[in-house]
Ligand binder design. Structure first.
Ligand code: HSE
Length: 412
């Protein structure tokens, strides 16, 4: 039976076809009935491609073919993919996706449509590439109250940071390499500025706490302002710099969520997660800390999760798989990040920075000063105590009357 279609024949789409074809016999055995890819839909031409006979350009062929039970949407973006997904679900065809932008912006609505039409919308590949995290969170950890989810959720930025720190490669060369390896988004700004990780933490937080967290509610900053000076201070003090997404309950039924670079202590497992690898730590009130680790981007790792979802849909024909959350219209559900407590790494520049130590201590209380080789007299770096972020900012505003605030990076 040729009951599968793929929309999008880029990195993930071609990986999905490759992995499926490679393991088709095993997959058929697992499902217990025949299955195959009937269509691959893409507007581009692929002359001489091995699967040229299955390539189509018209999405409606898939929509109108009753034999198609499950469609992998690996187009990306939230415009065409949104339209296609809605139409497919409304026809009762299950959809699986790696499209975190679509799930993070329209997930609640698409789950509702899938439910109304008794089909499934699965998204294991949308977070962590090949790492199983959606199902463990939804099933195996369901008995816990989730106290925190924290992780390295973007392979491209982790790859860039690793190359910069370990090989002193410059930012642009490292980014180019990540693009060549198929890790980066079509527009890599989404990786570098943290938007991709933001979508992923929204998905995890929505699943863990049951209400849709929208990306625009989450403060997000990327890695483009990290300098090698900061890296050196951090390394000297026993920390790595990683782009981290975090979501946790914030009391009174609300949550806090943020994506930003953080100094991660070498005693934390997250600090040794390098290259394209992602790692997600989930803290449950019963289980304690559990960590999920693996390749967070790339052709076959992401395809692994897409094909897994295809299999799940085919195994559960005519059955709903309950992996979803509700919409949330409460604009105050995600508390402002300035109300959350953090310790902050701060680097300042001033003519004679040492002389500012009494001012710094008056503003922040007990701070920890940091060192790096050949630290210029005009530079000082320190960790603030744990303080509400709004208070850190108001002290930094006062300090900025006497010094330039060159960097501020939160600690994990
Ligand atoms: N651009 C993403 C990353 C791809 O680098 O993690 C996987 O979602």
């Amino acid at each position: 039976m040729r009951n599968i279609a793929i929309i999008g024949y880029g990195v993930v789409g071609s990986g999905t076809v490759e992995l499926f074809e490679k393991n088709r016999e095993e997959i058929t055995r697992k499902i217990g009935r025949d299955c195959d890819i009937k269509y691959i839909c893409d507007l581009r031409d692929f002359p001489g491609d091995k699967y040229e006979d299955r390539l189509i350009k018209d999405f409606n062929i898939i929509l109108n073919d009753d034999e198609i039970e499950v469609v992998a949407e690996v187009v990306g973006g939230a415009t065409f993919a949104y339209d296609y997904t809605k139409k497919l679900l409304e026809r009762g065809k299950s959809v699986v996706t790696s499209n975190k932008e679509l799930v993070a912006t329209h997930g609640a609505e698409l789950f509702r449509i899938a439910k109304e039409h008794e089909c499934n919308y699965l998204f294991e590949a949308s977070v962590g590439g090949g790492i199983p995290i959606i199902r463990p969170l939804n099933k195996c950890l369901a008995g816990n109250s989730i106290l925190q989810i924290s992780g390295i959720l973007n392979g491209t930025t982790n790859f860039i940071l690793t190359k910069m720190i370990r090989e002193q490669m410059d930012f642009d060369s490292a980014l180019k390499m990540a693009q060549e390896l198929g890790y980066a988004e079509a527009d890599p700004t989404a990786d570098v500025e943290g938007h991709d990780a933001c979508r992923k933490i929204c998905i995890l937080g929505s699943l863990a706490y049951g209400k849709h967290i929208y990306p625009e509610q989450v403060h997000c900053s990327g890695i483009s302002r990290i300098t090698l000076d900061d890296v050196e201070y951090a390394e000297n003090a026993g920390y790595s710099i990683k782009l981290i997404g975090t979501v946790k309950p914030a009391g009174k039924g609300k949550v806090s969520a943020i994506v930003c670079p953080r100094l991660v202590s070498r005693s934390s497992l997250l600090s040794s997660v390098d290259d394209v690898y992602n790692a997600i730590t989930v803290t449950g009130d019963g289980v304690g800390d559990v960590m999920f680790y693996g390749k967070g981007a790339g052709k076959l790792p992401t395809a692994s999760a897409v094909v897994g979802d295809i299999i799940d849909c085919l195994k559960h024909r005519d059955r709903r798989i309950m992996i979803d959350w509700e919409d949330c219209t409460d604009k105050s559900y995600v508390v402002p990040y300035k109300q959350i407590e953090n310790s902050m790494y701060v680097r300042i520049r001033a003519n004679d920075a040492e002389q500012l130590k009494p001012v710094i201590e008056e503003l922040f209380g007990k701070v920890v000063y940091l060192e790096r080789s050949d630290r210029p007299d005009s530079e000082l770096a320190f960790f603030t105590p744990v303080m509400v972020e709004a208070d850190i900012d108001s002290s930094l505003t006062k300090l900025s009357e006497k010094a330039e605030i060159a960097s501020k990076i939160r600690l994990l």
